[in-house]
Each structure stands twice: as C-alpha cells, then as structure tokens.
Design a protein around this ligand. Structure first.
Ligand code: FES
Length: 184
C-alpha cells in the first residue's frame, strides 16, 4: 500500500506502469496489485487535481451543510463529482464519513481537515487552491501540500509537517471528558 501511494507521489495517480513495477518488486500478479488499488478510494485510477477536495456528504455533515457545500462547489468550479478543473488545479469528490463528525460539516483537501465549513469558506479554499495559495488546514500542518507531496508522506516519506498544528480539537476532548464522566 505505501508503494501505491509512492506511485501517486510520482505520477499523480495509480498508473498501469506503476502497478507493473510494484507487481515486479513484490513478485505479485498485476491483478493482485490492481485489486488492492481499486478497493481503497484513496487510490485514484485517473488524474486528480493538484489539490484534491473531498466533501463529506454522510448523514451528519449532509444535514449540517455538506450537501449544500458539495453542490455549490461543483457549480462554482463547473465540474461534476470526480471532476477536475480545466487547469488541473482542483478536483472534487464526495467522501464518506472521516470520523470527524464533531466538526461537521467537514471538507478535506489532500486528506487534511477543514472543519466546520460553510459554502463561503469552502469556496475560499478551492479559489485559494486554484491560485496556488490555499488556506491552511484547520487541524494539523501549517500549510496544505500538493496531492503528490501528500502521497509521498503516505508512502512513508516524512515531510516534517505531520506533527505541526492542532492535533485534537476542543469538541473531541469534550466528548472524551463527558465519556469519562459517564455522561455519554
Ligand atoms: S459525517 Fe462527515 S465526518 Fe462524519
């Protein structure tokens, strides 16, 4: 799996050439590597944008505004789900729950969190990304890296940013506190 991320860090998605190299290195059939890469949605079979934006449209995020954000961003960028802007800068997909429901509605860009989003803040995110100057994630690193750079980190190459910034927010800590007090 790290090798699939590594391929994405080079090619921007999981190419057939990348699958063949992995299969050779690990002495597997290409079908076995393909089976893994097509099972997980984090592995892309076609190019995504330099900044890949995932908008949570699972139940809680949806009712808290995720559905409206998803529709607004698609219209704003004039693309469909899984689409990429003509300049290749931004792609958008709807994503499932990222276990960040206490920050709903949640948007992710290159797998970094943008919590408590609105239509306006999500538009600012994609507009900034298209301009090459995306706002910083609300948790984690102090700046948003590109999809290829994020893939390199997922492949195991430390960029030194992973331990930056807010790691856990107040809503999560409050939930933990209440749980320990037996109130939930
Ligand atoms: S429903 Fe969106 S993060 Fe859980």
């Amino acid at each position: 799996m790290p090798l699939l991320h590594f391929v994405q860090s080079i090619d921007g998605y999981v190419t057939n050439e990348g699958i063949e190299v992995i299969a050779q290195k690990l002495e597997l059939a290409t079908a076995e590597v393909t089976a893994v890469s097509t099972f997980y949605t984090q592995y892309k079979s076609k190019p995504v944008g330099e900044y890949h934006v995932g908008i949570c449209t699972n139940t809680l995020c949806a009712v808290m505004g995720g559905d409206a954000i998803f529709e607004s961003i698609k219209e704003h960028l004039d693309i469909e789900n899984d689409g990429v802007t003509a300049d290749g800068k931004v792609s958008v997909e709807h994503i499932e729950c990222n276990a960040a429901c206490d920050y709903a509605p949640v948007v992710m860009a290159n797998w970094e969190f943008y919590d408590n989003q609105t239509v306006e803040s999500a538009k600012a995110l994609v507009d900034g990304a298209r301009a090459g100057n995306p706002p910083a994630p609300t948790r984690g690193p102090s700046r948003l890296v590109t999809y290829k750079e994020a893939s390199a980190v997922l492949a195991g190459l430390d960029d030194g940013l992973a331990r930056e910034g807010v790691q856990v927010g107040e809503p999560t800590l409050l939930g933990l506190k209440l749980s320990k007090e037996g109130k939930q």
